[in-house]
Write a protein that binds this ligand. Sequence first.
Ligand code: PHE
Length: 327
Amino acid sequence: MDALACITSKQQLESFRVEFLGKKGRLTQVLRGMGSVSPEQRPIIGQLANDIRLFIEEQMDTLLLQLEANELEVKLLQEKIDVTMPGKRQRIGKKHPLTTVLDELVDIFIGMGFTIAEGPEVELDYYNFEALNLPKGHPARDTQDTFYISDNVLLRTQTSPVQIRVMEKKKPPIKIIAPGRVYRSDTVDATHSPLFHQIEGLVVDKGITMADLKGTLEILCKKLYGNDTKVRFRPHHFPFTEPSCELDILCPSCNGSGCRVCKSEGWIEILGAGMVHPRVLERCGINPEIYSGFAFGIGLERITMRRYGIYDLRLFFENDLRFLQQF
Ligand code: PHE
């Protein structure tokens, strides 16, 4: 029993069991040796060996319970939670500046009665170019070179194809915006990225004129940049609008005298727009004799850069927390 008293773990207990009660254990040896014991002695020695075995097993059971209780106690002590330890701070993310400005723009347009439309980023050549008066071989396609999946499938270069998709499905009155990603095979620099975002706008109804276009976009600029923002509409060309224009705001940094922000222009370009070309309406099954409309396309990165005074477009896409945490 001294041997049992020294046992402090379950492994030791198991070795003990093997040593005494195992196949080659000491007690088993005694029972094996019974053959050489005289028949009169045999039952006595057999009984004795059995009693000893029962006794050892009993002792072992008691010891096992005790060992298990000890183990549990040690475990409980080790796993004690120190409630005074400082916690791990969960860092909370926030909206990307592009998302913040997009949400704001969406709010402004919804306030003016627009609804939101969507179109695919992987687009047919027909919707991205052809239906917008940019047939194959048109020189204006060169400025919007993109990534082709096949001859007729490409990554859209603008959100304008959503105009066509909406007009094919829905008859006027139409009043939608369509925000989303667009792609061009431009080399990355401070003002170019092969992926950027646009917000398309389209209004089609009876009696829509350039005055509606100007009024809507002027309100947009004032809501976005403040009530005393000065805007100007400058003639431009897009194949799918006629007439076309670009909208500039007076540079808020220099008030028109010319500075680094406006690249000495005095004005900053905000968006492209125009009256929907009659051929575009016609192609979508809308009679241009009855209906007219205007459309516009806003570059989200550009608006966001103006808003926060960001000078490098690449910062939007680098996921650097030192940048993102400033907004
Ligand atoms: N899609 C044109 C562009 O990417 C912008 C635009 C949209 C112009 C709608 C006029 C009308 O440059």
